[in-house]
Ligand binder design. Sequence first.
Ligand code: ADP
Ligand code: ZN
Length: 438
Amino acid sequence: MDYSPYFNPEFELLDRGQIEALQLKRLQDTMAHCYHGSPFYRKRLDSIGVKPESIKTLDDLRRIPFTTKQDLRDTYPFGIASVPLDQCVRLHSSSGTTGNPTVVLHSAKDLHEWANALARSLWMVGCRPEDVFQNTSGYGMFTGGLGFQYAAELLGMLTVPAGAGNTLRQLKFFTDFGTTVVHAIPSYAARLYEVMCQQGIDPRRDTKLKIMAIGAEPHSEDTRKRIEDMLGVKAYNSFGMSEMCGPGVAFECKEQNGMHIWEDYYIVEIVDPDTLEPVPEGEVGELVLTTLNREAMPLLRYRTRDLTRILPGKCPCGREHKRLDRMKGRSDDMMILKGVNIFPIQIETILAQYKELASDYLITLDTFEDNDGMTVEVELSDRANVDDYAALQNLNKDITRALRDEILITPKVKLVPKGSLPRSEGKAVRVKDLRKKY
Ligand code: ADP
Ligand code: ZN
């Protein structure tokens, strides 16, 4: 069938001027809604004398105070809401990767808009009603489950709500139902391939897989390429977080060069996490988002703690919604070792360049005789010759040197057999900090 390349042409094709005009209107509405509906926001805005009428231009956004994860915790569970609870139909809570969970409330309209933003994203990368969509996310509080479910249904695909884990069953569904589109976190995509190999399944020959949405955890360009090579798919980076609904905040288009953030739904700022001032265009900083059409729980200038930058220039796909670069990590998963700031993704980027390595790794920070150090354990792939001791030693030396050049510290590298590192059901655990705290 002949379809339009756009799911929401009236929003996807807005030019910069139109996007900004819509944003100003929606920001003014959101401010009025928060001020009149949420005692939390009213008190905060009154304390600095900012009223909804104070917002006359988009630059006035900077007069609004930031909202933080701590605010969500302090008002746990429902204290930030801008509508009474009887207008809410669902709550989600973040997976709590970095502390206590926080609650996010949704009205029926919020859920519809969320599904729409993600359906638009899936359509953008070629998903169509003829496709069979299988979701490998857990269907609980984690927004990757229900979020993708409703979006895929809205788009009109046949959905297979497989849920998390049980890899053999996932593979059976792929072949029995002719799955063409899969949503998986990147660490699970690698796991799917591992089990396919064990079962003698060749994804290109035995399945119809063609599109994959990968997201929810930071991963490198090499990891994406590896997933594409292994599974014979096109893999698109999907970004979201519970506080902003979930997946569907930003998504790569077919260019695979940055994730379009849907600016009819969000205003994006990139700020220096220390000074909270905007960083110069194109530089890395903390992503700050303001929701533009949320009913139950709008968030004003929410500090996501994710570090990224806005890619300069226009995307050849024609959409003028800004593009976010890959997440560099979050300000709170940065490790500080001997005074050096290190992100797990820097290490992953190096490891992913070696064909002899598989994708699972674990970074352990520990104290040896009062000296802090780092150990990087990484699994060998099928391409490594595990019987050739000298070759393994050279490989080890090579990786150690490459890591030192990147992070300026010499880690201890351990090459371990495939399958020996612990697997997690949800997001992969990449760092263990066992250092002595003085
Ligand atoms: P938690 O904050 O408890 O992990 P969420 O499930 O809401 O809860 O996770 C959202 C976070 O996941 C984001 O703030 C970001 O750090 C990370 N994330 C989501 N998508 C991506 C992606 N495509 N690339 C990198 N990190 C991502
Ligand atoms: Zn594009």
